[in-house]
Design a protein around this ligand. Structure first.
Ligand code: TYD
Length: 207
């Protein structure tokens, strides 16, 4: 079946303020009576949530980078088939907190597995289901990590050092530079309300 809905993904380094903006976007869609399905990666399906705990568990220090990349991809295809594609086929808007760009940035650049390998694993996993638009919350990691440290107990990925998160950030910058039509870069260092104005402008323009 043809997908007629709109697929929006949200990306950024840890602590870039995605979660706050996603909550504001939910409220906005409610206000304008737009039905939208909100999901997050890794997770959002019963099987995906189990894979999520496995990936993010701080006890799993022996996990290889390749295992990590494959688990994220496994989690993704479960979500694509169970929720994303069916919703898009019904003409709904789907907003996904992180998607394949996260794997390219974190596993490809951060872990150093390379963009090509991650793209090839994921071409199998996502069956050509690419976002129509991606909002990239652009915030240098040293600022993001500070925000996270103040918020909660850090998971296995967040516990990685600043040099890892800098590689991830560079991955995002490179993806944004080579996918200018799809990836909209938003300055996430601005105050929350101002950041959301940018989000709203981009979302309104795509309707
Ligand atoms: P989460 O608590 O959802 O973080 P955030 O609120 O920043 O999205 O944890 C998800 C973590 O998994 C986050 O550190 C990014 C990482 N991740 C990858 O490394 N690769 C991926 O493909 C995805 C989807 C996430």
């Amino acid at each position: 079946m043809k997908k007629t809905g709109k697929f929006i993904t949200i990306e950024g380094t840890d602590g870039s303020g995605k979660s706050t903006q996603i909550e504001l976007l939910k409220d906005y869609f409610n206000e304008i009576n737009k039905e939208a399905v909100f999901v997050r990666e890794p997770g959002s399906t019963e099987i995906g949530e189990k894979i999520r705990s496995l990936i993010l568990d701080t006890k799993n220090t022996a996990m290889t980078d390749e295992t990590e990349a494959l688990l994220y991809a496994a989690c993704r295809i479960q979500l694509v088939k169970e929720v994303i594609l069916p919703s898009l086929e019904e003409g709904k808007i789907v907003v996904c907190d992180r998607y394949v760009d996260s794997s390219i940035a974190y596993q490809g650049f951060g872990r150093g597995l390379g963009q090509e390998k991650i793209e090839s694993i994921n071409s199998f996993a996502i069956e050509k289901c690419m976002p129509d638009i991606t909002l990239f919350f652009n915030l240098p990691p040293e600022k993001g990590i500070l925000r996270k440290n103040n918020q909660k107990k850090l998971d296995r990925i967040e516990l990685e050092g600043l040099s890892f998160h800098n590689k991830v950030y560079n991955g995002y910058l490179s993806l944004a530079a080579s996918n200018k039509d799809r990836i909209k870069s938003i300055d996430a260092s601005l105050p929350v309300e101002q950041v959301f104005l940018d989000v709203k402008n981009i979302i309104d323009a795509m309707r």
